[in-house]
Design a protein around this ligand. Sequence first.
Ligand code: MLT
Length: 274
Amino acid sequence: MLTKVNGIQIAYTDEHEGLPLLFIHGFPLSRGVWSNQVEAFKSRHRVIAPDLRGFGESNASAGPVSMSQFADDISVLMKQLDVGPVILAGHSMGGYVALAFAKNHSELLRGLVLVGTKAGKDSVEGANARRATAEAVRLKGISVVVDAMAPKMLSASNTDETMAASVRAFMASASPEGVMSALLGMAERPDAGDWLGKIRVPTLVITGSEDTVIPPIESEALAKAIPEAQLRVIPHAGHLVASEQPEAFNEAIGDWLAWGCEGEKYSKRQVTMT
Ligand code: MLT
C-alpha cells in the first residue's frame, strides 16, 4: 500500500489485527526482508512494515535524512493508520530509528525489539567513511554499497546462493538518492547511550552469533544498559538474522511476547538459543 507521509510517498505493509507489531528494516534494504515475520505473526498480530523513505517502493528526499526524521515518518504513518502504541522492531539502521522513536515518541511505544544494532554514534573516521561512500554512490551508483555490504550480511558459513541473491536484490532496489541520504543521516546521528537507562518499555535485544557488521558485543551492551532487557543470541546467523534463521528469530520474539508484552512474568533473562 502507498500513502503520503510528511510530503513523501511511503510504501507499507499492514496486515491483520491484534496487538500491533511494526518492523523497521535496515540499510540499504526494504520491508520485504520481514516477509517471514509478517507471515509468522499475522495470525495473532496486526503487522506493519514500512519502506523507509528512499528504500524499496518509497520515494526519496534530497539531503541527509536523520534517524529522527525516519522515526517521525513512522509516527505520522501510525496516526494515518489509526494504530495505537506498537511493539517496534528495528534491525541495524532500523534499530537506530527505533531508538530515536523511543526517545521522541515514547507515547506510541509499547515494546522494543532491537536487532543487530547499537546505541553508539559513528567515530569521526566512521562518519567520514560514510560521507565518502555517499559521494562514491553519487558518482558510481548503488553497486558501490551492494558490493561492499552484501558479502557481510549473512554468516560466513552460509552457502545458500538463493538467499544471498535475494539479499542483493533487496539492496539493489534502493535508490542512490535514498542511500546517500541515509548514509549522511547515519553519519550525524547522536549517541543514544546516555538515555538507554530511561527506556521504560519491555525490550528484547537479538543478535546473530556471527554478525560481523555489528558484533554481538554491541547487543550485550544494549541489553545491559536498558532496564529489564532480555538478550537472545541466535546461532548460525550473521547480520541479517531475521532472514537467515527465521524460525529461531520468530521463536525468540514469540517467547518474549508471552513473557514481556502479553504476559505478567516479564523479568530479566539472558538466553542463548542452542
Ligand atoms: C545496517 O545494516 O542497517 C547498517 O549496516 C547499519 C550501519 O551501517 O551502521
